[in-house]
Design a protein around this ligand. Structure first.
Ligand SMILES: *Cc1c(COP(=O)(O)O)cnc(C)c1O
Length: 422
């Protein structure tokens, strides 16, 4: 039998891939804890938790056990007109940790649908109230997903370039710094006079796809407070930042101005099955609650609130709140700080940043996002048995919460040798 990586080439089309330039996929045969194993048995530490989903490690026995139990009771049922225990319980558990103003939860399948629904909620909120507000506000380098609304509000890049003509109306502002914030606020005040801004979508404090760029909580706070005064709905896209990665349950917990709408996915279901979630305040929900059927949110996906996904999410929430996971989060924060002290002044390091367990380091070299040097760096990590996925010249670590010191040292070692050899 041919190897999987060969058989793959016949029919499969992979995401975010130019197949002519990158024809070879690595076949992963199994995964456990912090490790991935390829079809030849070579092991790799999953240094980015498979796009920040598997935060409790792969194939966690507690989550698997709960989901297997659920599977034998109820696999799937329509969520329009029906409900079930995993969804009800998940809503009860989530409400305990979400920002205090969140009240209602709308399920979907992934991060893009979570933001897409957040955008639709914001647009229809104003429509239902009889106000014409058709413009969305977003950060210049944000990433919110690959469906049309989500693409429209993302920063312009190779991801969404060909579709720009078809975008919904969006205006972009830079992320706040202590230097530019007064200018941003000044501009926004003028801009708000038109009364046509429906909502502002933002990744709070850390922009994942923009290479873990971090911005200032004070500046964001000022922007959010100003927009709220003018009834512009604030949509926190916490698809990446949610569930403990920033050192708090949500990045929004660092801000005193709470979002009107929140988008969640990725670590929500711990990497076991896909699910998205859009939450909102009673005030937002109230604009849809009516004797007029047309004011409802007529959006729905077939697998909405799939019982297995809800069960995975419930089990993940339990694990997140155990002392063991919380302690190891503190450990990872400290290990990163120590590693940072060692490398931050290295001549080949242009800058470093950290929030919670998210650590990023920029190399002092020019590098294209999908260029040759980036590919060599990626290969260096994989050869070292570490799965890290550099974004241009940025190397970032977002390892599972359960990673050991020894495993983390292996990641640091691979970065140390990358810095030396670059
Ligand atoms: C990954 C991501 C998305 C899109 O989620 P998908 O599940 O890949 O569609 C949206 N927003 C942010 C901040 C993300 O990191």
């Amino acid at each position: 039998m041919e190897k999987l990586s060969q058989r793959d080439k016949k029919h499969l089309w992979h995401p975010l891939t130019q197949h002519k330039m990158h024809p070879n996929m690595l076949a992963i045969a199994r995964a456990e804890g912090a490790f991935l194993y390829d079809e030849d048995g070579k092991e790799y530490i999953d240094g980015i938790s498979s796009w920040y989903t598997c935060m409790y490690g792969h194939c966690h026995p507690y989550i698997l056990g709960k989901v297997m139990d659920q599977m034998q009771r109820l696999d799937q049922v329509v969520f329009s007109g029906f409900t079930h225990e995993p969804a009800v319980r998940l809503s009860e558990e989530l409400i305990k940790i979400l920002p205090g103003n969140q009240e209602k939860m709308f399920f979907s399948d992934n991060g893009s649908t979570a933001t897409e629904i957040g955008i639709k909620m914001a647009l229809q909120y104003h429509f239902n109230r009889g106000e014409k507000r058709n413009v969305l506000l977003a950060f210049e380098e944000g990433f919110h997903g690959d469906t049309f609304g989500a693409m429209s509000v993302s920063g312009l890049s190779v991801y969404n370039g060909p579709f720009e003509e078809f975008f919904i109306e969006v205006e972009r502002i830079p992320v706040p710094t202590s230097e530019n914030i007064d200018g941003i606020v000044e501009q926004l005040k003028k801009r708000l006079k038109n009364n046509d801004l429906a909502g502002f979508i933002y990744e709070p404090l850390v922009q994942g796809a923009a290479a873990m760029k971090m911005h200032d909580a004070d500046g964001l706070e000022q922007i959010l407070a100003l927009l709220k005064e003018h009834q512009v709905l604030t949509i926190a896209d916490e698809v990446m930042t949610g569930f403990g990665k920033t050192g708090k349950f949500f990045a929004s917990d660092y801000l005193s101005t709470k979002p009107d709408i929140m988008c969640l996915s990725k670590a929500l279901t711990a990497g076991l099955v896909p699910m998205g979630l859009t939450t909102c305040t009673e005030e937002v929900y109230g604009a849809f609650y009516s004797d007029d059927i047309a004011k409802g949110l007529f959006h729905g996906h077939t697998y909405t609130a799939n019982p297995l996904a809800c069960t995975a999410a419930l089990s993940a929430l339990e694990l997140l709140q155990t002392d063991q996971v919380q302690e190891n989060i503190s450990n990872i924060v400290r290990w990163h700080q120590e590693f940072n002290e060692e490398v931050k002044n290295h001549p080949k390091v242009a800058g470093t940043r950290q929030l919670g367990v998210i650590y990023a380091l920029d190399l002092n070299v020019k590098m294209e996002r999908y260029g040759n040097l980036r590919d060599r760096l990626f290969k260096h990590f994989m050869d070292s048995g570490v799965f890290l996925r550099p974004l241009g010249n940025t190397i970032y670590i977002l390892a599972p919460f359960i990673i050991s010191k020894e495993q983390m040292e292996k990641i640091y070692d691979a970065i140390r040798s990358a810095i030396e050899s670059i």
